[in-house]
Design a protein. Structure first.
Length: 762
């Protein structure tokens, strides 16, 4: 490899603005590149990297350049390659934190008890291992689920803590004081397997650098320059690792924006960038403040909002773009009107020639997407969900819908298979195999086959009892569906099935979001009179063509939108409790409020030309209308850069609406809602429509009616016949009732089995 000969001022360097050039040319000593939203920080970072190589200040292999994603690393390598050619191919230390630490750890694995060919386990493998260990420790898996322990271990590793470093509070966080014990045992088990998880890649390397001075000095001498992208998103272990590597030469350049630190829930610490000058005295701070993305009105509104945070370094964004439109704040009556209003605005933009690819709806929480999806499908507006599944495609929603489908149609085998062991009930693949085998042999739906197996000896007693309890639940829920609304039924099923308890036990941000989605599902059902009507609606929604190549509106969370930009941005749900999130405020207090405000700043600065904030006066929660107040962030927006509009669908101001009984705004709901039907069709037993009888011995009598089952034809295998059963062996039929046989087996004794599981022998 040959490096290009340097020239006085390369053309690509001349294209940068003055602060960007300053950041590129300041090569010695610590540098903090404080880069505001849309200020070209990637250009400055890649040009600095190219400059170091081009001026022969370091060989490519002597530069450590760290990113957070593989995509960012690829983009950086591509851009640097455009500037200096194939010299970039000699950069083995350009990559993500995890990829670089994995490469280092291969060289020094023995120092932490591993071999160089160690395996990196994924999340599924980790959960399986922890599940085994929890059982071995005689802990209640339901009370102390593996996912909760995995989350705690990950948070400890993000903080750079070994088992011996845990505090008393950390130790008490799991199984009443067994956190440290389980963490230590987990680490030892990984060593036995010659494996590590993703958190270990950084933690092991930090441990090695802290305990082996020779290895530390080796890397300190190797890396003449250290560069870090998105420094505001670093967690404690990443911060400590970087600080150790850069302490000798102190030629570290970090790029970040304290105003865009929004990932504390996954370990990021904004304090890392705030204390950079303290960690590296004499550091040069270069502020990139010229924005190339948004109009002055949008920037001024965002800057006025973020000024409310106390924990920030401070900068003032500006742009040479035309002034543009003021940021719009629109008040609507409720969530359905919010979706209608956004849909109408997008259709208007489309008529004016705006491409749908340049329109985005950014929500605080994923459950908010449901209202927009329903509306857009209704009006035929194409959309895509980024960073997640469509609302009705999310796992927890599919699980809930599967329960409802089995209640509405017991012969729905696909739905029953999805939830027969969800949440976990101890029914494994063998139980399902037996259900299917019997269902095929008798021409029964899977649920009916399960009901028969619950009254036989084909399965172990524990499995039979579990199936019997589940079928009793379904019988009870189906009867309850005659008197409960679909939404009430849904809430009952989620509670009594244990699904709600399962999510609560996980105690993670992900499980909290899934619970929110289920609350929104129940809210969506409040608009439907019958369960059948709602399930039909869902089928139509799911049939929306997701593979279409046509342009689509983008719907995503604010967190997922970081780094992206759109001409037109809609920000719905700016109400107290929704945004800022009440859950975040309850958990983190003032620190969380400041992060929520940073999230608002990020959301606004995704807009290039137009930004519209919406808030609703009412939200319907658990069937009750609740008044909402606008988010405090709306009040913090500078008035001179905001255009407020608060109207009802009919054009009246919200504040002018007549709240008298004569003009009750909810009156139309009662007048147009049809009377509830007293019957929901045939009962569970009749819906099975299989013409069989069974004893209620293992199914609660209160939820069964034996008379509702049609008689099942008698078995062809007569009393006295000699038969063979794969599990119990040879035996003789001593009694018969319908398709159930009582058989005296030669080795297993007297058993009750179903005729489809035996064969007659001569």
């Amino acid at each position: 490899m040959t490096l290009p000969a340097p020239t006085e001022t390369p053309e690509w360097l001349a294209r940068l603005n003055e602060p960007q050039r300053e950041a590129v040319l300041t090569t010695e000593g610590p540098v903090l590149m404080l880069a505001g939203a849309g200020t070209g920080k990637t250009a400055a970072l890649t040009h600095r990297l190219a400059h170091l190589i081009r001026e022969r200040l370091a060989w490519p292999s002597e530069i450590l350049c760290v990113t957070f994603t593989n995509k960012a690393a690829r983009e950086m390598r591509h851009r640097v390659g455009q500037l200096i050619g194939d010299a970039v191919e000699g950069m083995p230390w350009l990559g993500t934190f995890h990829s670089i630490c994995a490469k280092m750890l291969r060289r020094h694995a023995e120092l932490v008890g591993l071999q160089s060919n160690y395996t990196i386990i994924d999340t599924d493998d980790q959960l399986r291992l922890l599940k085994t260990m929890i059982r071995e420790a005689n802990l209640d898996e339901k009370r102390w689920p593996p996912r909760q322990l995995a989350g705690l271990i990950d948070s400890w590793k993000n903080r750079g803590l070994l088992p011996g470093d845990l505090t008393a509070v950390d130790n008490e966080a799991y199984a009443n004081g067994k956190g440290q014990q389980m963490y230590a045992a987990y680490q030892e088990r990984l060593k036995t397997l010659n494996a590590c998880d993703f958190g270990d890649l950084l933690l092991h390397m930090l441990t090695i650098l802290k305990t082996d001075r020779e290895v530390l000095q080796q890397y300190q001498r190797r890396f003449k320059y250290v560069m870090v992208d998105e420094y505001q998103d670093t967690n404690a272990v990443q911060y400590l690792w970087l600080r150790l590597l850069a302490q000798e030469r102190k030629n570290i350049c970090v790029v970040g924006d304290d105003d865009q630190s929004i990932y504390s829930w996954r370990g990021a610490e904004v304090a890392n960038i705030l204390r950079f000058e303290k960690d590296f005295p004499g550091a040069k701070v270069v502020r990139l403040e010229q924005n190339y993305r948004s109009t002055p009105q949008i920037l001024a509104a965002a800057s006025g909002l973020i000024a409310g945070n106390s924990q920030r370094l401070g900068k003032t964004l500006w742009t040479e773009l035309p002034a543009g439109q003021k940021l719009r704040v629109v008040g609507v009556w409720d969530a359905p009107e919010e979706a209608r209003r956004v849909g109408e605005e997008i259709e208007r933009l489309e008529r004016e020639g705006a491409p749908l690819e340049q329109v985005a709806i950014l929500v605080r929480a994923q459950y908010q997407t449901r209202e927009f999806e329903d509306r857009f499908i209704q009006i035929g507006l194409n959309y895509r969900i980024i960073g997640g599944f469509r609302f009705y495609e999310r796992a927890e929603i599919r699980d809930a819908l599967a329960y409802l489908r089995v209640i509405a149609q017991p012969a729905d085998d696909l739905a029953f298979e999805r939830i027969y062991n969800q949440p976990k009930r101890g029914l494994g693949a063998k139980a399902l195999e037996n259900m299917y085998r019997h269902a095929r042999a008798q021409g029964l739906p899977l649920a009916a086959a399960a009901l028969e197996l619950a009254d036989s000896d084909e399965l172990p007693a524990r499995a039979r009892n579990t199936i019997a309890a589940l079928m009793s639940d379904f019988l009870r829920w189906r009867e309850a569906s005659d008197s409960l609304s679909p939404a009430e039924l849904m809430r009952l099923v989620l509670e009594e099935s244990g699904y709600d308890a399962m999510l609560k036990a996980e105690r993670s941000a992900e499980s909290a979001g899934r619970a929110d989605n289920l609350v929104e599902l129940a809210r969506a059902m409040e608009d439907y009179e019958t369960l059948g009507d709602f399930l039909e609606h869902v089928s139509l929604v799911m049939d929306n063509d997701a593979a279409s190549d046509e342009e689509k509106v983008t719907i995503m969370t604010m967190h997922a939108a970081k780094g992206l930009e759109f001409d037109n941005v809609f920000l719905p749900g700016w109400e107290e409790g929704v945004f800022p999130s009440q859950r975040s405020l309850d958990e983190g207090g003032l620190a969380s409020l400041e992060e929520e405000r940073r999230l608002a700043y990020v959301a606004i600065t995704r807009a290039r030309r137009r930004c519209t904030i919406l808030h609703a006066a009412n939200r319907r929660i658990y069937g009750q209308w609740t008044s909402s107040i606008p988010s405090r962030f709306i009040e913090e927006l500078p008035e001179e850069h905001v255009e407020a509009e608060t109207t009802l669908s009919g054009g009246k101001s919200l504040w002018q609406a007549n709240w008298s009984e004569q003009e009750d705004p909810f009156a139309h709901v009662a007048s147009t809602r049809p009377e509830r039907s007293g019957s929901r069709g045939p009962g569970w037993q009749r819906a099975l429509a299989t013409g069989y009888e069974t004893k209620p011995s293992r199914v609660k009598e209160s939820t069964r009616s034996a008379a509702s089952f049609a008689a099942k034809p008698r078995s062809d295998i007569a009393i006295g016949a000699r038969v063979f059963h794969e599990k119990f062996g040879y035996g003789e039929v001593v009694a018969q009732e319908g398709n159930k046989l009582e058989i005296a087996f030669e080795k297993s004794g007297l058993k009750k089995v179903i005729d489809s599981f035996v064969s007659a022998v001569d």
